[in-house]
Design a protein around this ligand. Structure first.
Ligand code: CAA
Length: 249
């Protein structure tokens, strides 16, 4: 990892985000965990709990589905903490429903939080990275963006879109030392999957060739690899971490 790097992880206090924060911190980054403003009390408790474990994370509130809020967070981090060298767009929600039952609010909320947010946060961060000619951007997508999933038309669309965004951003960053890649996790042991109906989750896990869900640490390990300074020639790529649930080129 580049010395004295600052990393911003949106959704940093979430199930996967927390392990990404730890992995980047273990590699020597100063980590800023982004959290939703409505989650302030929990985020502060989380920060204190992490400190007990020996992790000195900064935290910053932003509604990343809002362009102004995202920009304000990035501006504050760059002026108060330092230039962001590593950005992990990890904030995400689900509103699982079949198309038949899904209303426009469910559609919009997921597209805004899981896809538009990546543009809102990446734009200011990436422009500054390109000026400094160094950066690592990692977008957290999903196996369900690659293959679709019953009950997730909004989520699958957002996560597939996220990799389209990655590929285009990679081309823009290529001559400026900025790599942009996607990680597509399968089903991971997090509050997001534990909120699923048990029967549905069991049926899905029984189809995973490894017959188990991922540990969040297994996703974080792939993020740390992409975030490393030495990982300079991989860009526009997608790394699936899904236990074999979906195999492709
Ligand atoms: N394939 C085909 N048909 C299915 C189906 C499936 N997987 N699941 C349900 N159906 C059928 C039912 O048999 C039923 O048919 P009939 O009407 O003929 O009886 C019909 O579809 C029911 O449709 P509904 O719209 O009423 O669906 P529901 O309300 O029963 O269930 C749901 C909808 C709760 C969203 C459910 O489909 C579900 O939980 N799906 C899983 C979503 C999922 O995988 N979420 C992942 C969350 S974690 C995450 O997102 C992280 C990550 O990146 C992986």
């Amino acid at each position: 990892m580049r010395k004295n790097s600052t990393a911003l992880v949106t959704g940093g206090n979430g199930g996967i985000g927390q392990e990404i924060c730890k992995a980047l911190s273990n590699q020597g980054c100063h980590v800023v965990a982004g959290y939703h403003p409505a989650d302030q009390e929990n985020a502060e408790k989380w920060q204190a709990a992490m400190k007990e474990e020996g992790f000195n994370f900064s935290i910053k509130a932003a509604d990343v589905s809002n362009a102004d809020s995202a920009l304000e967070m990035v501006t504050q981090i760059e002026s108060e903490i330092g230039p962001i060298d590593v950005l992990v767009n990890c904030a995400g929600i689900t509103r699982d429903k079949s198309i038949k039952k899904m209303d426009i609010e469910d559609w919009d909320a997921v597209i805004e939080t899981n896809l538009n947010s990546a543009f809102y946060v990446t734009k200011p961060v990436m422009m500054a990275m390109m000026e400094r000619e160094y950066g690592r951007i990692i977008n957290i997508s999903s196996v369900n963006g690659q293959r679709g999933q019953f009950g997730q038309p909004n989520y699958s669309a957002a996560k597939a879109g996220l990799h389209g965004f990655t590929m285009s951003a990679a081309l823009e960053g290529a001559t400026k030392g900025v790599t942009v890649n996607t990680i597509s996790p399968g089903y991971v042991e997090t509050p997001m999957t534990s909120a699923m109906p048990e029967k549905v989750l069991d049926a899905i896990v029984s189809q995973v060739p490894m017959r188990r869900m991922a540990k969040p640490q297994e996703i974080a390990f792939a993020v740390a690899f992409l975030a490393d300074e030495r990982n300079a020639y991989t860009t526009g790529a997608n790394i699936p971490v899904n236990g074999g649930l979906f195999t492709s080129f």
